[in-house]
Design a protein around this ligand. Sequence first.
Ligand SMILES: Cc1cc2nc3c(=O)[nH]c(=O)nc-3n(C[C@H](O)[C@H](O)[C@H](O)COP(=O)(O)OP(=O)(O)OC[C@H]3O[C@@H](n4cnc5c(N)ncnc54)[C@H](O)[C@@H]3O)c2cc1C
Length: 382
Amino acid sequence: MIHDDEIYDQLRNNVKEFVRREVEPIAKKMDLEDYFPVDVFKKMGEMGYLGITVGEDYGGSDLGYLGQAIIEEELGYSSPSLALSYGAHSNLTLDNLYRNGSKDQREEYVPKLSSGKYIGSLGLTEPMSGSDALNMKTTAVRNGNKFIINGSKTYITNAPYADLFLTYTRMGKDHSAFIILATDDGFSRGKKFDKMGMRGSPTGEIFFQDLKVPENRLVGKENEGKKIILNGLNSERAILSFIFVGLARRALDEAIKYSVERKQFGESLYKFEMIQDKLATMYTRYRASRLLAYDSLKHLRKNGMDVKNAAASVLYSAQVSEYIAREAIQIFGGAGYMHDTGIDRLMRDAILGQIGAGTTEIRKKLISGALIKEYREGRNID
Ligand SMILES: Cc1cc2nc3c(=O)[nH]c(=O)nc-3n(C[C@H](O)[C@H](O)[C@H](O)COP(=O)(O)OP(=O)(O)OC[C@H]3O[C@@H](n4cnc5c(N)ncnc54)[C@H](O)[C@@H]3O)c2cc1C
């Protein structure tokens, strides 16, 4: 009998091999040319990575959030931007649709997203509503057995390439979620953004003008979108952490190697106490962020709406990855400031960690809010 641990060890080894073969050779090109490798994305579908949380009957691998976290971590080690696009597809869109979609929606769309036939994208953020996400302006109005959607979304990962958009709208005072296809009349794409980091993960705008969808494209119940939004953000935060855990491990690996190879004053850098201090602190924070991230998965499985652990995980892993990437650049000295070494890419990519899926400030607001609520309910921190 194969134990769970062995299955996940095997998955990690497979992903590492996939990353070595398919991702590492193009990671630099993705950054320098802002190149999104559609073919590699489709291969991730063939490997079973895209539908990792989806049941086998819908073309998935059924390895849950732990499987998804392992893939994010290993992709994040080589290409945080590919990991970001993977997360937008596999977690934000596919897993969300799989959890909340009707049987017909699952049958129609989940296998296409699991195989990579469709690229998925999630539309929440709008020009006037980012942190205040529920205050969106995009509307859906019922018209017989159809809904008419008007509005726009911005900063959407995968938007320039996606076939399917899980899109949140306002409906009266409440919210609803819809499946919108790139082929729908009334759908259009805006510009692809030119970013400082996470280059190669395409980010864009989308517009809906009198876009009509049949009622079978409504995900979940009418006006019950808020629960889907908040639940989705919670799982997104826990899973996103792993990109930054992987990124931090890469920056630390590169810094250790350089500190052995590079000599000054006749000694390898690692012989200097100030460099030893850096390496030891980098490792300790990396390790703590990794443990916190895996711990957050337990809470995610126990209770999908345990807000504080998912927020704490991504808060810390994002801050730690930025710190470690910055220290790695310092250890590289002038070489770290050059594109050639690739350490600058890790720093630029790490900054997104404090912005996406709710900013650092919003995460702190969520954590402190949950602590006060639990205190008022007479609960102690476990
Ligand atoms: C590369 C990239 C990819 C993205 N991908 C997606 C995606 O796939 N789908 C999607 O829907 N969105 C996506 N986003 C959007 C992202 O979620 C938002 O950028 C983020 O939530 C912040 O919103 P904002 O940019 O409008 O900033 P704002 O909300 O305008 O915030 C500006 C500043 O004010 C602070 N602030 C705001 N409110 C408060 C408060 N109450 N207390 C304290 N400080 C506050 C913020 O923390 C921040 O520092 C992406 C963004 C980027 C950069």
